[in-house]
Each structure stands twice: as C-alpha cells, then as structure tokens.
Design a protein around this ligand. Structure first.
Ligand SMILES: Nc1ncnc2c1ncn2[C@@H]1O[C@H](COP(=O)(O)OP(=O)(O)OP(=O)(O)O)[C@@H](O)[C@H]1O
Length: 239
C-alpha cells in the first residue's frame, strides 16, 4: 500500500524580476491511499505528475507530510523503499549506466544472481523478453531511442520490484512496441503506477488520478476521470 499524508512539495525558483529566490508549491496538499494494481496518472504538461510519481520512491521528498510504501517512510527508509519501488523514467538515458545492454541488466541482477554465469543467463533472458537479445552486446549509444526505453524497462523489472512506477514509458516507442509494453505492464503481478498522456492506456487502469496545477483534482473510475481530464483540457482551449 502506498500512503501519502498531507504531502506538499515546494521548490526554490529564481525571481523573474531579479529579486531573491522564491518558494513555489509544485504539488499538494495531497492525501492518498493507493492499493489498486493499476493506477494511472494523467494531466497536462507541467501539472505535477512526475513530481507525484517521484515521491513514490523517494526521488522527490515531501517538503511537508509523509509518503510511505508498505509502512516504509521515503524520507527515512529511502534505500529500502527503492528496493521495493522500481522507477522507469521518460528518458531512458537517465537510468542506463553501463556500456552494453547485457551489462546494464546484469547490474540490476547482482543481488539475485551473485554468480557471473547465472547473472549473464538471466540478463540474456530478460533482454529476450523485450526483443533485445540480438542487441545484448552492442554499445548502448548504438540503440535506437525506443530500444533504450525497452532496455531501461527490462533493467528495472529485472530487480523484481513490488511496485513499478513508470513515467511515460512508451513515449519513444513505435505502435508495435507500445502495444507490447502496454500488454506487458498489464500482465505484471506487481502494482503499477503509470504516468501517461495515452488516454487509452489510462482507461485500462483500475483507478485514474487527474493532476491539475499541482493538485489531484479528480480520482476514481477511469472513464469518469478521463472525461474529467478531457473537459479540463477543452476549458483550456484544447480541441
Ligand atoms: N526542482 C524543481 N524546481 C523548480 N520547479 C520545478 C522543479 N521540478 C519541477 N518543477 C516544476 O513543477 C511543475 C511540475 O513539474 P512536473 O515535472 O511534475 O510536471 P508533469 O506533469 O510531469 O509535466 P510533463 O507532462 O511535461 O512531464 C513544472 O512547472 C516544473 O517546471
């Protein structure tokens, strides 16, 4: 169970008029209990979705309030939370750290497979699941953007997290791989929190949060939530 209580996130930003830095509120206050297997988060650019997602594994810490995952506080139990909560970034370059796909996935497997041969076998199997087996040993800079995104997802799933938080994980993928990743995420046993601009993907969730100007303004049934978001967008002049 993910529990947010009275969470507010603020940040210092420069004053556009050259004065002292100012504190701005990016998100909150937010109080939520997230227990559903598939939770989607939708909202306009800059509304606060990534900030909300990053709170869930302690990448962003609340300025006030608490975020707990299965009772672990992200502010005080960060490493334990991150072992439980895998995070897939929009930009795969933010999380690929090794020179080749095989080495990158193998790094994620080091806890579960201390022996090198077992680790390599498991890493190759993980890459195969994402159609990357023939790319296992090429330099990561030679992968396409979509292949890098698949690699990032493969590496995070290899750590077998209890919860997977994905921040727009299919943005760089073509239609075939988007469907593959959507199906794969849908079939996972883990809880998945998906930040997405893909409203069809949001409609397949069990619960949808609509974020607007740093607030969760709607929370509930996917069809109602998506309709609420579309109404918000049309008020903003989006056709
Ligand atoms: N560390 C920070 N300091 C100052 N402002 C920030 C910081 N992080 C985020 N912001 C601002 O907070 C707002 C919300 O950002 P966030 O990344 O959560 O939005 P988002 O809904 O995920 O947007 P997008 O759909 O474009 O990815 C934006 O205006 C962003 O510029």
């Amino acid at each position: 169970m993910i529990a947010l209580d009275d969470v507010v996130v603020t940040a210092w930003t420069p004053d556009p008029h050259g004065g002292a830095e100012q504190v701005v509120r990016l998100l909150g206050p937010v109080t939520l209990r997230l227990g559903e297997r598939r939770v989607a988060v939708v909202g306009a650019n800059g509304s606060g979705k990534s900030t909300l997602a990053r709170l869930l594994n302690g990448l962003v810490l609340p300025s006030s309030g608490t975020v707990r995952v299965d009772g672990l506080d992200t502010a005080t139990d960060g490493p334990a939370v991150r072992r439980r909560v895998g995070f897939v970034f929009t930009d795969p370059n933010a999380q690929i750290v090794m020179p080749t796909p095989l080495e990158d996935v193998a790094l994620s497997l080091r806890r579960r497979h201390p022996d090198a041969a077992g680790r390599e076998r498991a890493a190759r199997a993980a890459l195969r699941r994402f159609g990357l087996d023939d790319r296992a040993d090429v330099p990561v800079h030679a992968l396409s953007g979509g292949q890098r995104q698949l690699l990032a997802l493969a590496a995070v799933l290899a750590t077998e997290p209890d919860v997977l938080v994905c921040d727009e994980p299919t943005t760089l993928l073509d239609l075939r791989w988007r469907r593959t990743v959507d199906d794969l995420l849908a079939g996972l046993d883990q809880q998945v929190v998906l930040v997405t601009h893909d409203l069809d993907a949001a409609r397949r969730a069990d619960r949808v949060l609509v974020v607007h100007e740093g607030q969760v303004v709607h929370d509930g049934d996917p069809h109602d939530a998506v309709a609420h978001y579309e109404a918000l967008m049309s008020e903003a002049g989006v056709p």
